[in-house]
Design a protein around this ligand. Structure first.
Ligand SMILES: [Cu+2]
Length: 484
């Protein structure tokens, strides 16, 4: 099912985020101020300006989608800053609806975090707002719309409102020859009760939260997509990633999808995973496949030592053939046709990137149980956190300085990428497998699985927790943590 805008004939769009190039953030033209303006926006210099406005994205020749984007780019301009720098970002909203820009993975106050539930003020329709914060911690962060979409598949994470935000550390060893930013995306979303071509849970998974008797109620409508891209191009439509034999290429992967976990491979090559969600991992292991869920980032180094013309792409044929891939082209190759071959089967397992180490005992353990209320064939599923849809009252309270262990019990047959705003947590256990030293802000809890994380409550203020699948979040899968 392709939406109305796809397939329209349009002239080529002016510019795309080139692979391996650092786009220069647009300086805003002088804008007329309106009475809705945030007063702070009027004084002081800005480091970046983002303009939220409708735009067209040419995913491939004759495949143009209409969406809302940041400053006419998809992904939005790369926002690059130094760790510890005070950053001022002016956001101009040229749409008719309030917007929120969430700075994902940063340790910043609720007032500027970009979530309505935390009390961040909106960027008003046809108005502007200034976000100002200290950029920390170093690593691959990103920014995206944090509005609820509900059944409107042209709002929030379904739009082109996402971009990379890099916080550079003073001590980056920089052991790579080329740096590339790849955002995984779907377009032309639609609701369906057909079985999604999704990654199925492995029946050999331990599934510690699987109920004794399965829920037989019919599943509700879920979000699927017709078109896929990496950055703003479908496979074959954009410039290839040009490499030379012997090069080390640092790839910043971001899953900017509203709904899908993706697995990416590049035949004959390995990914050395150096950071998860922007945070360096204790054991930078080599893997054949990167699995990455909505909200997550994976930084990996690929040594280009298998000359040819290859497809870096989604393992699922349907997603790859519908656009999720990019051609990797070695210099001086005669071979015209990019090759796809499935990588050797390899399971994704966060724990291999950790180290064995004990965890200090927590002050308190908080159990969170997630359940699905199936919507039936014509309605949407709802989601419960400890028996209730969002909002909760005072179920989840942190004391400042307290050490918390959160145990995520996923009593549903879907995997969920769970995101905690404004905090980092350390992985303790995934389905009973222990690990330490992996700091993340988003973790996938597998279907009927269990994940345990530790968190130090050192960021006072309202803190939103939710599944990063937009539909799940919109239909109950959220909770607000308060500081006592
Ligand atoms: Cu979810």
């Amino acid at each position: 099912m392709i939406g109305a805008a796809a397939g329209q004939l349009r002239p080529a769009m002016a510019e795309s985020v080139a692979h391996g190039k650092v786009p220069v953030p647009l300086q805003s033209p002088m804008m007329a101020t309106s009475e809705r303006d945030d007063r702070a926006a009027i004084k002081g210099a800005t480091d970046f300006t983002l303009r939220i406005a409708p735009m067209l994205v040419e995913l491939a020749p004759q495949v143009v989608v209409s969406t809302i984007g940041y400053s006419d780019k998809v992904p939005g301009p790369l926002l690059r800053m130094r760790e510890g720098q005070t950053v001022t970002i002016d956001v101009v909203n040229e749409t008719d609806v309030p917007e929120y820009v969430h700075w994902h993975g940063l340790l910043i106050p609720s007032e500027v975090d970009g979530a309505e539930e935390e009390g961040t003020p909106p960027v008003p329709p046809h108005g502007r707002r200034r976000y100002q914060f200290v950029a920390k911690p170093a690593g691959s962060r990103w920014y995206h719309s944090h509005t609820a979409a509900m059944t409107d598949l042209h709002r929030g994470a379904y739009t082109g409102q996402f971009g990379f935000l890099m916080i550079d550390s003073a001590n980056d060893p920089g052991r790579y020859d080329q740096e590339v930013f790849l955002a995984l995306r779907e377009w032309e979303h639609y609701l369906t009760n057909m079985d999604q071509d999704e990654i199925q849970a492995d029946p050999n998974d331990p599934m510690p939260e699987k109920p004794a008797s399965p829920d037989k109620r019919p599943n509700g409508l879920e979000v699927n997509a017709a078109l896929y891209s990496i950055n703003d191009k479908m496979l074959g439509a954009g410039e290839p990633l040009r490499v030379r034999a012997g090069q080390r290429v640092l790839i910043h992967f971001l899953n900017a999808s509203a709904s899908q976990i993706h697995r990416i491979g590049l035949f004959g090559h390995h990914f050395q995973v150096i950071a998860l969600d922007g945070n360096p991992v204790p054991s930078p292991e080599l893997v054949d496949v990167i699995e990455i869920a909505p909200g997550e980032r994976v930084d990996a180094i690929v040594e280009m030592n298998f000359p040819g013309v290859w497809i870096l792409g989604e393992l699922r044929d349907g997603a790859r053939q519908s656009g999720m891939g990019i051609v990797v082209e070695y210099a001086n190759q005669a071979q015209p046709r990019p090759q796809w071959l499935p990588p050797a089967k390899s399971r994704w397992d966060y724990t291999i990137f950790g180290k064995p180490a004990p965890h200090p005992a927590p002050d308190e353990t908080i159990d969170m149980v997630f359940e699905k209320v199936p919507g039936g064939p014509r309605r949407i599923n709802h989601w419960l956190v400890n028996g209730k849809e969002y909002p909760h009252e005072r179920e989840f309270v942190f004391r400042q300085g307290g050490r918390y262990r959160l145990v995520f019990h996923n009593r549903s047959d879907d995997s969920h990428p769970l995101h905690m705003h404004r905090h980092m947590f350390e992985l303790v256990e995934i389905n009973g497998k222990p690990t330490a030293g992996i700091m993340k802000d988003t973790v996938v809890v597998p279907a009927f699985g269990r994940a345990t994380v530790d968190l130090v409550a050192d960021q006072p203020g309202l803190t939103l927790f939710h599944c990063h699948i937009q539909q799940h979040m919109d239909f109950g899968f959220m909770a607000l943590f308060r500081y006592a």
